[in-house]
Structures are given as structure tokens and as C-alpha cells.
Design a protein around this ligand. Structure first.
Ligand SMILES: [Fe+2]
Length: 354
């Protein structure tokens, strides 16, 4: 059964019309989904200004221009390895010299489906068995073969809702169009409603194109999801890791007490705030589980300020369930070692955590 959606202010309708009414100011009858055809840049900017307000849009774009390739001293981490000018070449040369480059490339294509049961004590009975397909860290322009595999896998899966937890672009700066074209191809394999957040590799300028593809970006916002008379809430925050643009308070403001709520955040580094804001579940990515790991899946670097146990898979903190996807794509150099890329099915089950 497909869920119907309701905005926190009580307005409701079919999923498509509710989303369209809120996001797309175009007249009725305009096709909302424009698969594989990106917007004209002027039209994308017009839509971004409509979405955010022109001052917010100009402010955010200006900050991105000043900081997007900064390696030191921005965001939650002091050092951003992905922004070091020679990092990509250094890793690639080292792998080629040791004869492991092509094995790493082959590993990065081997996307698997992982399944996670989420036990939620207050889950409404209508949501018992509700299943969320979670994709993260696509880095779609850098990870073409992995995107192809992810699309093949996703096409055959049954789920009620799809969420994306950021990092659509391979690099942290530069042309967004190749990655948007990659996302558009993957999007054709996805069904139903799709909600997403931005990651630290993404520009706010991508939002109009992603939303034109039918991927609703939650910019410190939430939506209500209903099944019959039962409701849960889905919220999402803007990037917390690099741009510090997250605002949990705003995202959660319209969630009534006592309702099961799920937070999408690209980085799991804000797990404390999410737990104490009352979210029952947080879905994240960002770490890639290390991407290049020692035997046994031990990450060399996580590039995140959080306990290592929160770097991949399921975890809990202060009563909140969490899950960190290792991602479907790869960044900097599209290789993986001892760390298999994933797309994830989270099944909600009514009951106490084990
Ligand atoms: Fe990433």
C-alpha cells in the first residue's frame, strides 16, 4: 500500500498534489517530473529563489563560492581530506603502484542490499512492517558502474518510501550537471515518493533540479506520513558537516509530542542533538564506513567526529535508533577495500529494541 502524505499544517491530499502544491508554483497541469532533462540554469535559479527566498538563496550560494573547496577550518572537522588538491592523485598513484587500483574499482561496483529491522515501541499499528529504501552517498558522476548496479537492485525491491541522505556529487565543488544526470538515471529505477537531504559535497543550486525529478529535498523541514488515521513524521536537515546549515529545532518544530519521527541527516555527527530532540530514528551516511578499510572492515579514516561504532550500520544513542549507510557510491577515488557499498531496506516493526 502506498502511503498518503499530510503536511504538518493539516493540509492533505494525494501524495503528488500535496508535494506539488507546496514546492512547485507552476500552474496546474504542468508535468512535475522531468526525468533526465535538467533545468535551464536561469530557471533553476528562479525556482531556488522561489523555494528559499532570494536573500537566503544568494547568501547560501555566496558562502558556497567562498568555502566549497576549503580543506582546513570549515565545519565540524578541521581537516577535509577530500578538498586537499593532490589527495585524489596521491591515492590513485599509490594504488596503481601497489597493483590494487583495479581491484578497488571492481569492489566499488559490488553494491549490495542490506536489511535493517528497526524496533519502535510507539509505532502505530498501521506502520508495522513499513519499509524504507535508503540510498546514500551516490557521488553519481564518479560512480557510474555502482549507480547502474544500485538501479538494478532497487528496481526489484518492495518498499513504501525512498530516502536519500546526500552527497550526490563526486567532488565538493564544480559542475553539478554530470552528477544530476547520474541521479536522474538512477531515479528512473525508483518508485513512489522520494525524500532527501543535501550532503557536504552538494550545492544548494542542485535543489531545483532534484525536485524537478520528483525528489523532495527537506531543508530543515518535515512532512507527515499517514496510513489511514495513523501518522508518523519524516524530517530532514541541511548539511551539518561542512556548511553547518542544519537546524534541528526548525525541522522538528511542527512535530507533535508523542509521534514517531525519523530524521534524515547526511552526517550522523549530530546524533546527540537528534536523540535529545526526541527523534526515534536517524538515517545517515557520510562516513562511507571508511571506504578504504583494513581486513575485517576496520576503517582507516571516517572523516567524522563520532564514535567508531556509529561509523557504519545500526547503532543506538539515548533511546534513539540510528543507522549509518556506508553509501552506494565512492568519493575522491572510486575504489573500496574491505568495505562493500550498499543500499539499505529499513523495516519498521512495532516493539521494544532488543
Ligand atoms: Fe560521501
Amino acid at each position: 500500500m502506498q502511503p498518503a502524505y499530510r503536511l504538518p499544517d493539516g493540509r492533505q491530499g494525494t501524495t503528488a498534489s500535496t508535494t506539488k502544491a507546496r514546492l512547485n508554483p507552476e500552474p496546474a497541469g504542468t508535468d512535475y517530473v522531468t526525468t533526465r532533462r535538467l533545468l535551464d540554469p536561469d530557471e533553476a535559479l528562479r525556482r531556488l529563489e522561489t523555494r528559499l527566498g532570494s536573500l537566503h538563496a544568494q547568501l547560501r550560494l555566496g558562502i558556497e563560492r567562498e568555502h566549497e573547496a576549503q580543506a582546513f577550518g570549515q565545519g565540524l572537522s578541521f581537516l577535509h581530506l577530500e578538498n586537499l588538491p593532490l589527495m585524489q592523485a596521491t591515492i590513485e598513484i599509490a594504488l596503481r603502484v601497489t597493483g590494487t587500483y583495479w581491484r578497488g574499482r571492481a569492489n566499488a561496483r559490488k553494491v549490495q542490499v542490506r536489511r535493517n529491522i528497526v524496533r519502535l515501541p510507539n509505532l502505530p499499528s498501521a506502520f508495522d512492517g513499513f519499509t524504507v529504501l535508503h540510498l546514500s552517498d551516490l557521488h553519481a558522476d564518479l560512480s557510474g558502474p555502482a549507480m547502474q548496479r544500485a538501479a538494478e537492485l532497487a528496481h526489484g525491491l518492495a518498499y513504501d518510501l525512498c530516502v536519500l541522505t546526500g552527497d550526490y556529487r563526486g567532488r565538493t565543488h564544480g559542475d553539478c550537471r554530470p552528477c544530476l544526470e547520474g541521479v536522474a538515471r538512477l531515479r528512473e529505477a525508483l518508485r513512489g515518493d522520494i525524500y532527501a537531504v543535501l550532503g557536504n559535497h552538494d550545492s544548494i543550486a542542485m535543489v531545483p533540479d532534484l525536485e524537478a525529478l520528483g525528489i523532495r529535498i527537506l531543508l530543515n523541514e518535515c512532512v507527515a506520513i499517514d496510513r489511514g488515521s495513523d501518522l508518523i513524521y519524516l524530517a530532514g536537515v541541511d548539511d551539518a558537516h561542512f556548511y553547518r546549515a542544519d537546524n534541528i529545532e526548525k525541522a522538528a518544530a511542527e512535530i507533535p509530542r508523542g509521534y514517531v519521527s525519523v530524521l534524515l541527516s547526511h552526517t550522523p555527527e549530530i546524533y546527540r542533538q537528534a536523540a535529545h530532540a526526541g527523534f526515534a530514528l536517524m538515517l545517515s551516511g557520510h562516513t562511507h564506513g571508511g571506504q578504504i578499510c583494513l581486513p575485517g572492515g576496520i576503517p582507516i579514516l571516517l572523516e567524522a567526529d563520532l564514535p567508531r561504532a556509529f561509523g557504519a550500520g545500526a547503532w543506538r544513542h539515548a533511546g534513539m535508533a540510528g543507522y549509518t549507510s556506508v553509501g552506494a557510491g565512492s568519493s575522491v577515488v572510486p575504489v573500496r577495500f574491505n568495505n562493500r557499498p550498499e543500499i539499505t531496506l529499513h523495516q519498521f516493526v512495532r516493539g521494544n529494541p532488543q
